[in-house]
Write a protein that binds this ligand. Structure first.
Ligand code: ADP
Length: 364
């Protein structure tokens, strides 16, 4: 038996499919060249059959192909990728402005974005293709938020790799799934590939037993890909607990940089309060004494602060108040068990671990 691996279509091949479709289905209605280019980019990562189906669907709506159909294609593509099971296309709603603090990390992303968006010029200049970043640290402090904002900044799609679903129950299935996921990401590239909770995927490496062997093999494949990758797939891996990660992963050459995200300091908490109050009750922002809130929330994570704002806004609404006041927020602070209360010991250990490994601090 011969196994044939189907390659995804390249951009030029997709353009040809579009032009053939135009000739056969809508003769006499040429499509602008720039629009063909945009369609081709939007259709990357789909098979010829799927591309033809999508074009037919778009055409059937209004008897022509318009730029507005790109959003239809985007939505449908999202569905198709989801059905394939291993990757998920995440809508880009967050920007770097939605992140309070973490200035070092944000600056780093902005530099990479400049390289990434001008890759031809940068590589002619001698700059290497960016590989990706590992963001590790305290839960609820903006790691996922950064993955999403990075894709928005790079102006490329965001694909999330679900490591849980990657693990198949048959021999060789997991490796096959990883290969498929990587091939799909490369076909859709340029893109950001977000690997969430990296430590969960690669826990148990080096131990004995059937499951551990699969993980070790999978990990080897992943490392090789990271090391040799030349495609514009920018990997953003996030992890809550780096102590469980195998040391090979942390060596130079895999990721461009490893950042540590800790609990927000006073200045960062102030910005996070401002962001989340503005999102919900912008009109109340000037009357709220944020300094007082900052003083009372040492040890709170970004997610804790968001929770406080949410609770206070809901309570004020339920009590028929005109607006949200500092007292309402303070009340919510009182009723919140902050992250550092819940997991004080492990936070301390984590912080020491990061310091000893000399990871870059995401905050200034
Ligand atoms: P994790 O670090 O566990 O990936 P997330 O990025 O998912 O945490 O954060 C959870 C939520 O908490 C976010 O959706 C956001 O609303 C809020 N949040 C966390 N950190 C910040 C931050 N630095 N600035 C603004 N909001 C934040």
């Amino acid at each position: 038996m011969t196994i044939l691996e189907m390659d995804y279509l390249g951009t030029d091949e997709i353009k040809q499919v579009i032009l053939n479709f135009q000739k056969e289905v809508m003769p006499g209605k040429p499509i602008q060249e720039s629009l063909v280019d945009e369609f081709a980019v939007a259709l990357k990562g789909l098979t010829e059959y799927e591309i033809l189906n999508l074009l037919a669907l778009a055409y059937s709506r209004r008897g022509d192909l318009y730029r507005e159909d790109l959003s239809l294609i985007f939505d449908q593509k999202q569905q198709m990728i989801k059905k394939a099971g291993i990757l998920e296309m995440i809508p880009l709603n967050e920007t770097m402005e939605d992140i309070g603090g973490l200035e070092n990390l944000k600056e780093w992303f902005k530099r990479k974005a400049k390289v990434y968006k001008n890759m031809d010029k940068a590589s002619a200049y001698g700059v290497d293709m960016p590989k990706g970043v590992l963001i590790a640290g305290v839960p609820g402090c903006g790691k996922s938020l950064n993955a999403k904002a990075a894709a928005k900044l790079f102006e490329v799609p965001l694909l999330r790799l679900d490591m849980g679903r990657l693990m198949g129950k048959y021999v060789g299935e997991s490796e096959g799934n990883l290969r498929k996921a990587i091939a799909l990401a490369e076909a859709i590239s340029p893109c950001v590939l977000w690997i969430d909770e990296l430590e969960k995927a690669f826990a148990g490496i080096g131990e004995s037993g059937g499951g551990a062997e699969v993980t070790t093999r999978l990990f080897g494949n992943f490392l090789t890909w990271m090391q040799e990758k030349t495609s514009p797939v920018f990997v953003v891996a996030t992890a809550n607990n780096i102590t469980k990660l195998p040391p090979e992963l942390l060596r130079k050459g895999r990721f461009d940089e490893i950042f540590y995200v800790g609990l927000p300091n006073a200045e960062e908490r102030e910005k996070i309060f401002q962001i989340h109050i503005s999102k919900r009750r912008k009109q109340d922002l000037n009357d709220i004494n944020i300094r007082t809130l900052v003083d009372k929330t040492s040890g709170f994570s970004g997610a804790d602060i968001e929770g406080v704002v949410k609770d206070a806004v809901e309570a004020a609404f339920a009590d028929d108040k005109n607006g949200v006041k500092t007292e309402d927020l303070l009340e919510a602070v009182k009723n919140t068990n902050s992250l550092s209360e819940i997991m004080a010991d492990s936070l301390k250990k984590m912080e020491e671990e990061y310091k000893s490994r000399k990871f870059k601090n995401a905050s200034k």
